[in-house]
Design a protein around this ligand. Structure first.
Ligand SMILES: Cc1cc2nc3c(=O)[nH]c(=O)nc-3n(C[C@H](O)[C@H](O)[C@H](O)COP(=O)(O)OP(=O)(O)OC[C@H]3O[C@@H](n4cnc5c(N)ncnc54)[C@H](O)[C@@H]3O)c2cc1C
Length: 394
């Protein structure tokens, strides 16, 4: 029996996966309803304002979006989720190319779990519960003005004086920094290298903490900011995990962040390809539709070919994580595969759209600009290939 042809739209471009279940479908529908209702109608205005209103957090909490995978006792939806729940979250947000919203709404997935797992019990009520309710916001403050890739060279110090750390230094490019209430911050408590790093929860209203937007990123989201710490006194009780062992916590959270980056980029690639196909079917040049020109068909097939390869790789890596493995090299290579797939698809889709890409009633031009961020943030192409090489034992 001939298989029914999938529609060449966002959903149809996701290759079939043996691992997706009706539970995942239900989660997708829940998210899509939220995005369609609360985000899609506002995206243009929020893009123009370079921000979105605070109440999106509380609405996202009420819709079960913020609490996904967190303990019910803290206001979460329960811990019975797998990696596809995270992947679908990123996919549904990036289906719209809505980078302005996603990075801020999802940061607590990276920043909050170490606080819950390794922080003092009082933080469950003071930090976790209000963050999951959308009443307070968190940032994950790692990158420094001196560089983000070389984690071992971070310079922000936390000097212990009795039961207080005195923090000095700064962070930059931090998603949601300008309106965060809590900052999970990588600080140097020990000697040089990654062995001297710790994770410290810093409240944004402590004297000596200041933030400002990163200039130039207004097209993306002006809540992305730099943070300065000037003699900020933080109780030693705010240490998350073991002193000078912060890198282990960071590495684990980087894995989660990478899955978001992978799924976001593949979702944006699907959106871009779908837009290109729709336009190529409609636009006439030289007496025929664009899609009837061999050069354009080749472009579109090549995009789908790359997309399918990336999804097959992703499904396999997810399957291995679900089996309890931690295939770090493959996750690193997959992120490079996915982000460079998006770069290719964004470029080629924009090429198919031509001048129309700049007219504002499609997301391709924005996706084209955002594609570059993903090849850098969450581990850049060069750093991840290097990591993979080391993991493979070169
Ligand atoms: C929109 C956005 C949101 C972000 N959100 C956050 C956030 O919430 N929290 C946070 O902590 N950070 C965040 N970042 C920062 C991001 O994680 C860093 O940009 C990233 O880690 C790279 O660091 P860098 O920009 O300082 O580049 P650098 O480390 O200075 O590197 C510059 C370039 O050189 C390459 N390079 C560096 N070392 C080597 C080497 N040994 N061999 C070959 N090439 C090398 C890198 O791959 C990169 O291409 C965000 C960035 C952006 C753009």
């Amino acid at each position: 029996m001939a298989a029914e042809k999938p529609a060449l739209d966002f959903d149809g471009l996701r290759p079939p996966s043996p691992f997706l279940t009706p539970v995942h479908d239900a989660w997708r529908q829940q998210l899509r309803a939220f995005v369609e209702q609360e985000i899609a109608p506002n995206l243009k205005a929020w893009d123009a304002a370079s921000t979105f209103p605070d109440d999106v957090y509380t609405k996202a909490a009420a819709a079960g979006v913020l609490g996904m995978g967190f303990d019910k006792a803290l206001g979460g939806t329960g811990e019975d989720i797998d990696l596809y729940h995270r992947i679908i979250f990123a996919e549904e947000f990036f289906r719209m190319g809505s980078g302005v919203v996603f990075a801020d709404l999802a940061t607590h997935w990276i920043a909050l779990p170490p606080v819950i797992a390794f922080g003092p019990a009082e933080m469950l009520e003071r930090v976790a519960r209000p963050v999951l309710a959308g009443e307070k916001k968190m940032a994950f403050a790692v990158t420094e003005p001196s560089g983000g890739s070389d984690v071992g060279a971070f310079q922000t110090t936390a000097e212990k004086r009795g039961d207080t750390y005195v923090v000095n230094g700064g962070k930059t490019l931090i998603s949601g920094a300008t309106r965060a209430d809590f900052m999970l911050t990588a600080v140097r408590t020990g000697g040089p290298g990654v062995g001297g790093l710790s994770l410290l929860l810093i409240e944004a209203d402590r004297p000596g903490v200041s933030t400002k937007p990163v200039e130039g990123l207004e097209w993306y989201n002006r809540n992305n900011g730099s943070i300065t710490f000037e003699n900020v006194e933080v109780p030693t009780a705010n240490l998350i995990g073991v002193e000078n062992r912060g890198f282990a916590g960071l590495a684990n959270q980087f894995n989660i962040e990478r899955f978001s980056g992978i799924s976001a980029t593949l979702a944006m690639a699907r959106t871009a390809i779908a837009e290109a196909i729709a336009w190529a079917r409609e636009r006439q040049t030289f007496g025929q539709r664009l899609i009837d020109h061999q050069a354009i068909r080749q472009k579109i097939v090549q995009m789908i070919q790359r997309l399918n390869a990336a999804y097959a790789y992703m499904d396999m890596v997810v399957w291995r994580f679900h089996r309890g493995e931690t295939p770090v090299a493959d996750l690193a290579m997959l992120k490079v595969q996915a982000t460079t797939t998006l770069e290719h698809c964004a470029r080629e889709s924009l090429q198919v759209l031509g001048g129309r890409a700049y007219t504002g009633d499609n997301r391709v031009e924005r996706i084209y600009r955002e594609a570059r961020i993903f090849v850098i943030g969450g581990g850049s192409e060069e750093i991840l290939r290097d990591l993979a090489g080391r993991q493979l034992g070169f």
